[in-house]
Design a protein around this ligand. Structure first.
Ligand SMILES: [Zn+2]
Length: 77
């Protein structure tokens, strides 16, 4: 997958319900299949923040809390 900044290209953002002009283009190649999705900066930012929430399942505070919970459970036995 490749993310390219669009320069001097006027295309609409491909995201449903978005009427902005696209600022970036994501190109996808899977063997003989491929395509591009044009995306505006607003949608890209929103997607990025969603990815951030989704892709960091164990941030340090969560791991600490988990350890504390395990410790408390051990003590309870
Ligand atoms: Zn958009």
């Amino acid at each position: 997958m490749e993310l390219k900044k669009l320069e001097n290209v006027k295309v609409k953002c491909d995201f449903v319900g978005c009427n902005n002009m696209a600022d970036y283009s994501v190109s996808i190649r899977r063997g003989i299949f491929g395509g591009t999705t044009d995306i505006c900066l607003d949608c890209l930012k929103e997607l990025y923040s969603l990815c951030g929430k989704e892709l960091i399942p164990q941030s340090p505070p969560n791991m600490l809390r988990k350890k504390e919970k395990e410790y408390a459970e051990e003590r309870a036995d």
